[in-house]
Design a protein around this ligand. Sequence first.
Ligand SMILES: [Zn+2]
Length: 312
Amino acid sequence: MVYGIGLDIGGTKVAAGIVSSDGEVLFKKTVPTPEMGKEEILTLVKTIILELIEWADSHKVRLEGIGIGTAGQVDFNKRKVISGTPNIQNWNGVNLQEEITVYTDLPVFVDNDVNVLALAEHRFGAAQGYQEVICLALGTGIGGGILTKGELIRGAWGGGAELGHMSIDIHGEACNCGLRGCLETYASGTWIAKRMQKAREEKGLPTNVTSRDVFLLYQNGDLLATQVIETMIHGLSYGIVNLIHLFNPQVVVLGGGVMSKGQWIIDLVNKKISTMGMRSLVDSVELKLSELENDSGLIGAAMQAWLYNKKA
Ligand SMILES: [Zn+2]
């Protein structure tokens, strides 16, 4: 058994812990992401890492390394954030390895948060036993991870699999990436809420609704919520069928905050895609809910400590 430190840095929270190579989280800490951005986050990361190292020392746990999953595009080889997410201030260009190796000798690995989520789901969760896997994390935005022959597809420097920014309508809503009609503008929590707010505004109704509220209203038969959810399912189904056509996966795993208790979403998408796209490809795919939910980012981040350390 080996152990690593995992850190999952997102726009709203930083989750950190010590994880064993059989996926057990031995010690975990979750704190809100500091709003001031880079400097504050790096200070927080340092405090957490030093605390975890101390915990490991006092419990006689030998650490292999530190793995980080962060929102934004990451240059995997340089362990550097190439393009920060709009949800974290000044996160562009941060070299996490350089920053962290100042105060620890442990090797540091950095990857995109949904890439490491895909690693965790493949090893311990819903994609166990599959080699051709697509993961979609539906949250504030939509992130993606693709495994083929059980390995992540990274592209030239690690920025690949931005599946949320696959456009499915060139005349669609303007997305923050510069394109129109991205998958994210249909099925992210932000856009589910935004669509509902717009629809309610037109009817003169209060507009302070979240995506969770939209789901509750939908379950109670609210007409506007039904329209918003239909649009979401339609967009998500198009996105998933595109991915199935492109990659011929065995399984598509759906996770992230939007998918929490989201089997009903999978049921609706399954119904929709049963009449969409190429039957030979679409019929053979299983859609599954993430099985690790809250801890998948943390576990996947830590997995880098032994996966890549061995290869190095
Ligand atoms: Zn986009």
